[in-house]
Write a protein that binds this ligand. Structure first.
Ligand SMILES: Nc1ncnc2c1ncn2[C@@H]1O[C@H](COP(=O)(O)OP(=O)(O)OP(=O)(O)O)[C@@H](O)[C@H]1O
Length: 280
């Protein structure tokens, strides 16, 4: 299991400025000088005495793509809810970088601080075109100054084109989003999150309901984002997790805490993981 740092602590084995080594984008306003973008420390969430999370510890490095797996009821959604401020932990700490205490912030402030979350069901603006959806998302980016007569600059148009290619929707930009396939809507929503330049992207079961071809393309997409953004993916589709985990860390949650952590190969051959999840 990897070491969990407390705010102010350093990795014993890593250089001080790991943030630049991990990702191209050094987050603004978030102190990642010790290389981590997110720390969960001993988080417990009790619902009427039932512990959905039980002293959960987790740390995510800048630029890392972390897959979280685990059986139904393991606490994966509750963990995402704690990170985004939807659920307050009963005890424990949640830190964005070294200094931002997520347990004291509203959902709105957390989104504006740079944590973007994609829920399982796509929530695009169906009446608007693909392009307009991306444009609207850009206007919601706090780094873009809102003006009454907002006109896209060539740089902003370039950014939208870049994202359209990334999410495999170039050539579809003038279609109403409502006419896209389920998979395309999911990609559009990922694109909308990227327009807001999140420092940390949380994806909840991104390939649920997708065709095999769409799942494969989503894996390609996430592999292209690797290193450019810090990403946490919760997913049950093990073939997909294998595609995107590569040699990175996979975390297995069970009964509200970390059961195992390591490469996909390591967790797949862990007897406890086979017993509670993979072997069933
Ligand atoms: N608001 C709530 N009130 C009571 N119990 C809850 C609440 N939210 C979640 N739980 C319980 O906490 C446990 C963890 O649920 P959670 O949804 O986080 O699991 P999960 O790992 O996301 O599961 P799945 O893979 O099925 O989505 C479950 O037993 C669930 O019933």
């Amino acid at each position: 299991m990897s070491e969990v740092l407390k705010p102010g602590q350093r990795y014993a084995s890593e250089p001080g400025d790991a943030a630049t080594a991990y990702g191209r984008h050094k987050p603004e306003g978030v102190d990642t000088s010790h290389g981590a973008i997110l720390y969960l420390e001993d988080i417990t969430v009790s619902f009427d005495g039932f512990r959905a999370l039980n002293k959960l510890n987790l740390d995510i490095s800048v630029g890392e793509l972390r897959c979280i797996i685990g059986p139904n009821g393991a606490g994966k959604t509750t963990m995402m809810d704690v990170i985004t401020g939807k659920t307050r932990p009963t005890t424990g700490g949640a830190w964005f970088g070294q200094t931002i205490d997520l347990t004291r912030m509203t959902e709105y402030d957390i989104a504006h601080a740079g944590i973007g979350r994609k829920f399982q069901r796509p929530t695009v603006f169906e009446q608007h075109t693909v392009f307009e959806n991306l444009e609207l998302a850009m206007k919601m980016n706090k780094r873009v100054k809102p003006t009454l007569f907002f006109r896209l600059s060539s740089e902003q148009k370039g950014k939208i084109d870049e994202i359209l290619k990334l999410i495999r929707l170039n050539g579809q930009e003038h279609r109403p989003a409502g006419l896209l396939s389920h998979g395309q809507k999911q990609w559009l929503e990922i694109g909308m999150l990227l327009m807001q330049e999140p420092q940390l992207l949380l994806l909840d079961e991104p390939v649920a309901g997708m065709s095999d071809a769409e799942t494969a393309r989503t894996a390609e997409l996430l592999n292209e984002l690797r290193g450019l953004h810090s990403i946490v993916v919760v997913e049950h589709d093990m073939a997909f997790v294998e595609e995107i985990a590569q040699q990175g860390v996979v975390t297995v949650l069970h009964e509200g805490s970390v059961l195992a952590q390591g490469t996909m190969q390591q967790v797949q051959s862990d007897d406890r993981v086979i017993e509670v999840y993979l072997g069933r």
